[in-house]
Design a protein around this ligand. Structure first.
Ligand code: CTP
Ligand code: CA
Length: 220
């Protein structure tokens, strides 16, 4: 498909995208994180830019190059991502939360390097904010899109997240696509509107997602 034909379809629209993983420090040299590469979010940001949108990208650590023409805010932790997202949220037309946010952080950060013990070590974890859930509660005119990474009951669990987080759309994928360049996804608007996509490159999937958003909410 030639996406260049639709070059200005999102002109004047403000789009906020989160991407990548978060890193939750345990001590000065250690952190907890996940295998997200940021590829999906960066592909979405590039696609939205090509469609003429005014794009802001809030990015966790990745190995990806900064994209010219996209305001990029780099963060590390879930709490930092939450703060930056809230600052931008009110003005946005479209918000896509593709970041793999850590659900937990250590309850007590250790200023000293943790020494190895003779026996098992127990770390106490505490919940991070669910950014998307909070955005859903505060939603006004924003079109709000989430992702769901599942290892089982993909559709059922994703529908649960769509409802609980007050989303307009959720992209459901199996965790097998997590650190890969390609992905098989379902675009879900409600229980009666579930669009199964072929396995495809994340670059291509980004355009498919935007096209569906535009199709269902052209005046977003
Ligand atoms: N998300 C978020 N803040 C978190 C965790 C998740 O904003 N602390 C967002 C993700 O960016 C994604 C969506 O919520 O768009 C679903 O993330 P996922 O990890 O699949 O679901 P959770 O609600 O965290 O539930 P669980 O991990 O238990 O399946
Ligand atoms: Ca999670």
């Amino acid at each position: 498909e030639n996406y260049f034909n639709k070059k200005d379809i999102l002109k004047g629209k403000k789009v906020l995208i989160t991407a990548g993983r978060t890193e939750e420090a345990i001590d000065p040299i250690r952190y907890m994180s996940n295998r997200s590469t940021g590829k999906m979010g960066y592909s979405l940001a590039k696609a939205a830019k090509l469609y003429g949108a005014d794009v802001t990208l809030i990015s966790g650590p990745t190995n990806l190059k900064k994209i010219d023409g996209i305001k990029t805010i780099n963060i590390k932790t879930a709490n930092e991502m939450y703060e930056e997202t809230l600052k931008k949220y009110d003005n946005m037309d479209l918000v896509i939360m593709s970041a793999a946010v850590a659900d937990y952080k250590v309850k007590e950060y250790s200023n000293e390097k943790i020494k190895k013990q003779d026996d098992d070590l127990t770390l106490k974890l505490t919940r991070n904010p669910d950014i998307l859930f909070e955005l859903g509660k505060m939603k006004k005119n924003q079109y709000l899109v989430g992702f769901a990474a599942e290892s089982s009951n993909l559709i059922k669990n994703s529908l649960g997240k769509l409802k609980r987080k007050n989303l307009d759309m959720i992209i459901a994928n199996n965790v097998s696509g997590f650190s890969s360049d390609e992905n098989k996804a379902y675009i879900i608007l409600d229980e009666n509107k579930i669009i199964e996509l072929e396995t495809m490159q994340k670059n291509e999937l980004a355009f498919k997602i935007l096209d569906k958003i535009i199709e269902y909410k052209i005046n977003l």
